[in-house]
Write a protein that binds this ligand. Sequence first.
Ligand code: NDP
Length: 326
Amino acid sequence: AKYWILTKHFNGFPKDSDFELKVEELSEPKDGEVLLEAVFLSVDPYMRPFSRVRMKEGDAMIGTQVAKVIQSKNAAFPVGSHVVARCGWRTHTVCEVAGLIPIMPDWPEDVSLSLALGTVGMPGLTALYGIEEVLGLKAGETLLVNAAAGAVGSVVGQIAKIKDCKVVGSAGSEAKVAFLKELGFDEAFNYKTVTSLEEALKKASPQGYDCYFENVGGPFSTAALPQMKDFGRIAVCGSISVYNDTTPQTGPYPHLTMIFKQLKMEGFMQSRWEHKHPESLKRLMGWVKEGKLQCREHITKGFDNMPAAFMGMLKGENIGKAVVAV
Ligand code: NDP
């Protein structure tokens, strides 16, 4: 088996020397266990902030993969079946089956299993819960989402269109802005090239925003809050613009805006609604099959390229979900 370890805790933006590729011999699976072979591995923003709290130096990198069962001593997980597994950055894993999620039995043959890491997986669930459980988005409302061309953001915008809302998205390149238009976003802009975020937000929706799906934080957030309508709702999903900061950001805190506009802001993690995952994944797959959710992926080939894929995603090289195909 090959696996990637974190050699040193990240300091600022991750670098090649923070990772090391290791090789080990695995023992045979014991009764009840399986041997998994990774097919697709996910690289996600959370790996950056969670590395501090969930990993020690020398630990294998955390992460989720779609894996094939290649040896089985557990009848519920036959050889040849596929699972979503939180095994980390590993090509092969011998493990117990607790925590393994079998791929839906009726997964369509023409839909790539990699979507179980994206639109029909954790990022898709995040988009759905942010919209329905946190924002309570209603037809006719205007929604703003940033990092909109990514795994979560692209699903957020499309679900909001399914719900007959006006959707404004921001992303970091012209190609991404064109992609958002293809997805049916009403307005999209490149936050890197606009002269003023405030003006761009005003121009995209002069009446303001009912809901804001926050993936980025930092200065974008500072510019977005004053553009909210009174009683606007904000779902704080992520804050990718600060994940690589070496010193925590301080202010400006938008308390006055929050008060005068009587805004409601709620942070969330998709795991809060774990009990709903099976039915929610079915709904997401339903929309994929109906063609209402387009699924773009940015696929990097080769397990040896895991760190490059991860750092590339943090830099914004991906349109859609960043995935590694072994
Ligand atoms: P993406 O697929 O969106 O990839 C990350 C993107 O972030 C990049 O493509 C880049 O796009 C953008 N980005 C990077 N640096 C900056 C920056 N300084 N300012 C603005 N944008 C930046 O990742 P995900 O869809 O997986 O995640 C999106 C957000 O959702 C993250 O904040 C993540 O932590 C959060 N998240 C939260 C979950 C939860 O349960 N709360 C679960 C899953 C994700 P661009 O070119 O546009 O800059």
